[in-house]
Design a binder for this molecule. Structure first.
Ligand code: ADP
Ligand code: GLC
Length: 484
């Protein structure tokens, strides 16, 4: 089966979050299941300059404000997955984030930039741009790629099947209605049955309304987004899709995240050879200026600093964490007030709280390897990958029981401990007190090394591989591609 994946970021070239990790790993896993998969990516500098052996596939006339657009086909470095790259320097050749200028404001022409991504996806799917390879199914990721589903719907006969995956419903690609004419769609698309959302244009709705199937990245989040609490105003649209909405849990890329082969950490280790983990902890404490106490549980955070991630709860629970002798190691970037609050906490508690503001992939590995537990107290979490990395590295997750966190971490309740099923700590209320209670349980178990090691062994034995997820996607693709 021929499948085209369309998305805006991809590890290791362009990454703002877990979406990049997914696009960096899932296509290869699908190829492993026998699918013929290609990628379509915007020609952001880090992508356009890194994709190997690029050849021109099509010259596209001036559109979406760009005078020159060329479609090239090459190969991803490392994975060698074939990748189409849209070379449109006027729209894509900009430094920094794929979505924002360096001052944090959205690029003013994001509607054109991501409409083009969808438009090219749709026209590849209809066979107009590359006569040598026509996908049977187009799989679009997040609002950045969602317009592909609307453009395909606009140009019947659409024989191409479509899947739209929501990685995060909070980011919807909303634009003023005045941008609608730029999209080149007939006015019937600017209706509540189409892209219209409270007099704005919603790219997210293009995916939710026009894809044949909508998936999200965990079964629990698939249920949650149909509710007012988690639907970000789109729960009605989601409910309207009924059984077309499902959840497929993300996996972990074992080539990137595996403590037994990770070249970037102080010492390699595994469930049967745990000594290296203590060395990683020592090295982390030394690197971050934490007191070199082997008996202090180190609680780690690697996260975007946004309200989604619930890190204000960590600030609230910090006094208790420190009182019980714990340490906090946080790495993150984002919201200025949260950055300032964590930097202030580090200043107030030298040797016990360490904070690194910024984005640093290598430090993320050292932190997850060196910490004893990883905190993910999210208000909502479509899947979450850092808790999966934590499980793999024997760094026990302390998570709020929502979305993918609920689907991946088994709380150390008395029953689960008894049955040897527990892999971490969960809590329910989005309050510092509820987090504090979970941290207290973690500290209590940490003080009993034998029991903590059991938990680590159980956590490290979990199998969240991409192969399982890829099999589920292939089954879904088969359903849609099968001749009706
Ligand atoms: P989200 O996509 O919502 O940010 P995920 O848990 O799915 O959440 O994915 C986050 C990814 O980004 C993980 O690979 C994590 O290690 C990484 N990450 C987050 N913040 C940082 C940071 N400051 N430095 C390095 N990596 C980070
Ligand atoms: C989003 C979500 C995160 C998920 C990631 C990859 O960024 O916030 O929970 O893991 O996408 O699917």
């Amino acid at each position: 089966m021929r499948v085209l994946h369309v998305g805006a970021e991809i590890f290791p070239l362009v990454k703002t979050g877990g979406l990049a990790d997914v696009l960096g790993a899932l296509p290869q896993a699908l190829i492993g299941q026998g699918a013929d998969v290609r990628l379509l990516l915007p020609g952001l500098p880090a992508i356009a300059d890194a994709v190997l052996h690029q050849k021109i596939v099509a010259e596209i006339g001036p559109s979406f404000g760009a005078a020159r657009i060329t479609l090239r086909l090459g190969q991803m470095p490392y994975s060698h997955v074939p990748a189409y790259v849209i070379d449109a320097p006027f729209l894509y050749r900009r430094p920094g984030s794929p979505y924002q200028a360096s001052d944090g404001s959205e690029w003013p022409d994001n509607a054109q930039r991501f409409a083009l991504l969808g438009w090219v996806g749709a026209h590849l799917a209809s066979g107009e741009l590359d006569p040598t390879w026509q996908p049977e199914l187009l799989h679009a990721h997040d609002w950045h790629a969602a317009m592909a589903c609307a453009y395909l719907a606009a140009h019947p006969p659409a024989s191409t099947a479509t899947v739209f995956t929501v990685h995060n419903l909070a980011y919807q690609g909303l634009f003023p209605s005045g941008d609608f004419p730029l999209l080149g769609l007939s006015s019937r698309f600017m209706a509540s049955t189409g892209l219209e959302y409270h007099q704005q244009v919603s790219f997210m709705k293009a995916g939710l309304k026009f894809a044949q199937r909508v998936t999200t990245v965990s079964p629990t989040y698939a249920r949650e987004i149909g509710t007012h609490e988690f639907g970000f105003g789109l729960d009605g649209v989601i409910r309207g899709r009924g059984a077309d909405v499902s959840g497929v849990l993300n996996g972990v890329d074992g080539a990137v995240w595996d403590p037994s082969t990770d070249a970037g950490i102080a010492a390699r280790y595994s469930a049967v050879q745990l000594a290296g983990k203590a060395r990683c902890k020592q090295a982390l404490q030394a690197e971050l200026g934490l007191a070199p106490r082997a008996d202090a549980p180190v609680f780690g955070v690697v996260s975007r600093l946004t309200s989604q991630k619930g890190l204000d709860l960590v600030l609230g629970a910090l006094p208790g964490l420190l009182r019980r002798g714990g340490q906090l190691a946080l790495q993150g970037a984002g919201d200025a007030a949260l950055e300032a609050a964590f930097l202030a906490a580090a200043k107030a508690h030298p040797g016990e709280v360490a904070v690194r503001i910024g984005y640093d992939e290598a430090l993320a590995h050292r932190l997850i390897a060196g910490a004893d537990a990883i905190l993910v107290p999210s208000r909502f979490e479509p899947c979450g990958l850092t808790q999966l990395y934590g499980l793999r590295y024997g760094t026990l997750p302390v998570v709020r029981r929502v979305g993918g966190l609920a689907d991946t971490v088994v709380d150390a309740s008395d029953d689960a401990l008894q049955a040897d099923r527990a892999t971490g700590f969960t809590f329910d209320a989005a309050t510092p007190a509820a987090l504090d209670a979970a941290l207290q349980r973690a500290s209590t178990l940490y003080a009993q090394p034998e029991r903590w090691r059991r938990l680590m062994a159980r956590a490290m034995a979990q199998d969240f591989s991409w192969d399982g997820a890829a099999q589920k996607y292939v089954a879904l693709y088969r359903d849609l591609i099968r001749p009706k």
